[in-house]
Write a protein that binds this ligand. Structure first.
Ligand code: NAD
Length: 280
């Protein structure tokens, strides 16, 4: 039976560390880290994520400013808010919750954020820094995954890492992070042929496809480390990942649960990035 990588416990450790560092920053330099979160529209999942991010900020003693804007807010208005926040000394991190309504260009919005305040790590400047092996702000989910692997003492160097999913927010940045840590990295996607032939090679397998329980035990190698990024709501209301947890846990050496795995680590890394932005 695999070791369960408990994201709730690990993220609590990270949050405790952030809390004491934030206190030190306040005492020594009078700085309170501030995060601005912009939410446009009424997407139910986005509202939940934003609420979690805000309460995490408050818990560690950060300032949290929320901008809840109606669905029909113009792009011009959003850009104006971002430009003001770029110059606001009390705000060190700016986050625009994705997805945005169709009339807004997410690239334009992200490129308007001051890259040093881009705590999501989505600005091309941050993507480029990661690409060149000298990252500044690293996207929170990939960073949280690597943190989980490290905190379990699992070696990355020289390992076969296979990532299922090539999105800009998970698969691609994670591939670069693991490559920077000297893994041999393969990215699979919806048009990959013979997926299970590839996934079976993985010492470290990361599933980030958004397909409920698509990774079965027959697709993994004995003793693999299996990280499940997927969050899928079934028709019966149950929340499951991309990995068939019960059967894969029989064969893996380590596995993350859903919920309580990668999700809490993502939020913890947002706090770490915001602390970094405030500390510089
Ligand atoms: P996305 O839809 O942008 O990308 C999905 C990727 O999976 C694509 O590259 C696609 O080619 C690939 N894919 C889809 N079906 C496939 C298949 N059958 N075989 C192989 N590849 C396939 O998704 P995303 O934004 O990267 O998110 C992926 C999942 O992770 C979603 O369930 C999302 O909710 C979840 N997620 C979780 C967190 C977290 O903090 N836990 C953060 C981000 C995303």
């Amino acid at each position: 039976m695999a070791i369960i990588m408990d994201g709730n416990r690990l993220s609590r450790d990270v949050r405790n560390h952030v809390t004491s560092e934030a206190l030190r920053l306040k005492q020594n330099r009078g700085i309170v880290p501030g995060l601005a979160v912009i939410l446009v529209g009424e997407d139910a999942a986005s509202k939940i994520y934003v609420k979690r991010k805000e309460s995490a900020c408050k818990e560690v003693g950060f300032l949290s400013r929320e901008f809840r804007l109606p669905h029909d807010t113009t792009q011009k208005k959003i850009l104006q808010i971002i430009r003001e926040l770029n110059h606001d000394q009390s705000i060190h991190g700016i986050l625009v919750q994705l997805p945005l309504p169709g009339h807004i260009n997410p690239d334009t919005v992200i490129e308007t954020i001051d890259p040093r305040k881009d705590v999501d790590g989505f600005h091309p400047w941050n993507v480029g820094r990661l690409f060149s092996g000298d990252p500044y702000h690293i996207a929170c989910t990939p960073r949280g995954i690597v943190e989980m692997i490290d905190r379990h003492g699992i070696e990355i160097e020289g390992k076969e890492a296979v990532i299922v999913g090539r999105s800009n927010i998970v698969g691609k940045p994670l591939a670069l992070l693991l490559l920077n840590r000297h893994a041999t990295v393969t990215i699979c996607h919806s048009r990959t042929k013979n997926l299970s032939e590839v996934t079976k090679r993985a010492d470290i397998l990361i599933a980030a496809a958004g397909r409920p329980e698509m990774i079965k035990s027959g697709m993994i190698k004995d003793g693999a480390v299996v990280i499940d990024v997927g969050i899928n709501r079934l028709d019966n209301g149950r929340l499951v990942g991309d990995v068939a947890f019960a059967e894969v846990a029989e064969k893996a050496s380590h596995i993350t649960p859903v919920p309580g795995g990668v999700g809490p680590m993502t939020i913890a890394m947002l706090l770490v990035n915001t602390l970094k932005a405030a500390s510089l």
